[in-house]
Design a protein around this ligand. Structure first.
Ligand code: HEC
Ligand code: HEC
Ligand code: HEC
Length: 413
């Protein structure tokens, strides 16, 4: 009986693999047909363009271990089905990309097909980069080749069966890989389209802000509508989710990691600001904000009125542990980034990022050296839940019911 089951599974996988492969070959024919030029008109040498585009695409965040060689790979991605390591992108001929042809590089970045026909896992966001123009990918190649070659063999992946089978990836591609190249919306102006290219082809904002299905693919029809990534809530950044943001506030947030009355960029968003959106030109940040907010930014819903019980456990803990920095009325005691009223984190009914902040702390690297300390050890799960309930009720105007279990779940292994 078990053998029969196994045989059926193997046959099913073979059929699926075959169909996927046939479809992939169809797709393969599309690979080189994406436009050579994208909507980003850039000046300077190819290497300078490549440096800018690599920043806009945030390649470094996944391909550099903090403190390790630049672009030497080895960053670990802990997925539900095992651990995957990013590749060495330096020009080292043995452990990196030395000797790769233009087509090999373009196909790896945009179609997830590496040298020798090896299928890449979608942890390398090729379904997003499929939208990149060929010449933009080649400029990144030229930039990477200009950097020092680093000899670094990345660890072998530890994935469970069947996820360890790269041969199954063509199926995923057949189902989820969008056509290559960027399609401008003729109904929108140049600035909006340029922003769309920055957000969706280069900036891969959707890799965190779009929810995924069970196959780890971005859910169609839910682009940028908010998702939980590495235990952090990446908020809804559609025009609806960004109601209440002005273009100026959004540009400031993307430039510095903080916007007055909206809050800070902590967790995984901190690196996005540091390596990607904070590196863009002022004009490009403007187009990105234009795309995200749409042509007419929406006004906020009604303002929030705090109504937490002043005698609750959370209120007492807040007065003792938090008010020293945040002030009793949470205006931030002179530090703008420590102002809680209006912050997205306290207006999220799940309290995801408030609970995470209590565990991880934060210093977005802004105007002062003042940081949000780590409270995981000094306080019990119940106390952190009580604190989160208090700030959500008092400055988010919510009626939250976070429990010790919610607080415990925010402490990642
Ligand atoms: C979200 C994380 C992430 C980002 C962002 C990312 N990569 Fe990757 N990349 C990976 C991972 C993980 C792998 C290894 C995948 C595998 O082994 O199947 C990889 C593999 C590759 C490979 C294949 C190398 C080889 O030896 O097979 C190339 C080329 C590559 N990435 C280039 C880039 C470039 C260029 C950028 C920016 C435009 C980029 N990556 C951005 C995670 C990322
Ligand atoms: C690696 C994951 C990741 C990527 C990629 C990412 N974000 Fe985020 N983003 C987050 C997280 C997590 C937060 C919440 C941060 C916090 O609360 O401190 C966030 C918050 C934001 C916010 C604040 C929203 C609010 O309501 O407060 C904006 C705006 C934003 N991101 C825009 C972008 C844009 C634009 C891109 C692409 C250029 C992008 N993000 C890419 C994870 C990501
Ligand atoms: C030593 C000063 C200090 C203390 C004590 C402190 N905080 Fe903070 N907190 C900060 C700073 C500074 C920030 C902004 C961090 C940044 O810029 O990345 C912050 C950020 C936050 C945020 C995120 C606001 C946003 O924009 O989303 C929350 C929520 C928060 N703190 C809650 C608390 C709670 C609850 C306590 C008490 C348990 C506490 N803090 C104690 C300094 C402090």
């Amino acid at each position: 009986m078990r053998n029969l089951k196994l045989a059926l599974i193997v046959i099913a996988l073979a059929v699926i693999g075959f169909i996927g492969f046939a479809k992939y070959r169809d797709g393969q024919a599309r690979v080189d047909h994406g436009a050579a030029e994208g909507p980003l008109a850039l000046t300077g040498t190819v290497v300078e363009r490549g440096r800018y585009l690599a920043a806009a695409a945030d390649c470094i965040a996944c391909h550099t271990v903090p403190g390790g060689g630049e672009y030497a790979g080895g960053v670990a991605f802990r997925l539900p089905f095992g651990t995957l390591y990013s590749s060495n992108l330096t020009a080292d001929p043995e452990t990196g990309l030395g000797g790769w042809t233009d087509d090999e590089f373009v196909d790896a970045v945009r179609a997830g097909m590496a040298r020798g026909g090896r299928h890449l896992y979608p942890a390398h966001p090729y379904s997003t980069y499929a939208g990149m123009a060929r010449n933009d990918v080649l400029a990144i190649k030229a930039y990477l080749a200009s950097l020092p070659a680093v000899k670094n063999t990345v660890p072998v992946n530890e994935l469970s069966f069947p996820y360890s089978q790269r041969a199954l990836l063509p199926l995923w591609n057949a189902l989820y890989l969008p056509p290559v190249g960027f399609k401008a919306d003729p109904g929108r102006d140049e600035s909006w389209n340029r922003g769309a290219y920055l957000a969706n082809a280069l900036g891969h904002c959707g890799e965190c802000h779009t929810p995924r299905n069970a196959a780890y693919a971005l859910k169609a029809g839910h682009a940028l509508s908010g998702a939980v990534t590495r235990g952090w809530k990446a908020y809804d950044i559609t025009p609806t989710g960004l109601a209440g943001w002005t273009a100026e506030a959004l540009e400031a947030y993307l430039a510095t990691g903080h916007a007055p009355n909206h809050g800070i960029a902590a967790g995984p968003m901190k690196a996005v600001v540091a390596f990607d959106t904070g590196q863009l030109t002022v004009e490009d940040r403007r187009t990105l904000a234009h795309y995200l907010l749409g042509d007419a930014p929406r006004a906020a819903a009604v303002s929030v009125q705090g109504a937490a019980d002043p005698a609750s456990v959370g209120a007492n803990l807040y007065a003792g542990a938090c008010a020293g920095c945040h002030a009793l009325d949470a205006h931030g005691g002179g530090v703008d980034s420590a102002r809680l009223a209006g912050a997205s984190s306290v207006r999220d009914p799940a309290g995801t990022n408030v609970l995470r902040l209590l565990v991880d702390g934060s210093s977005h690297g802004g105007e002062t050296a003042l940081a949000m300390p780590v409270f995981a050890r000094g306080y019990s799960d119940a106390e952190r839940a009580a604190l989160a309930n208090y700030v959500l009720a008092q400055w988010g105007g919510l009626t939250p019911k976070l429990t010790s279990n919610d607080a415990k779940a925010a402490v990642l292994p």
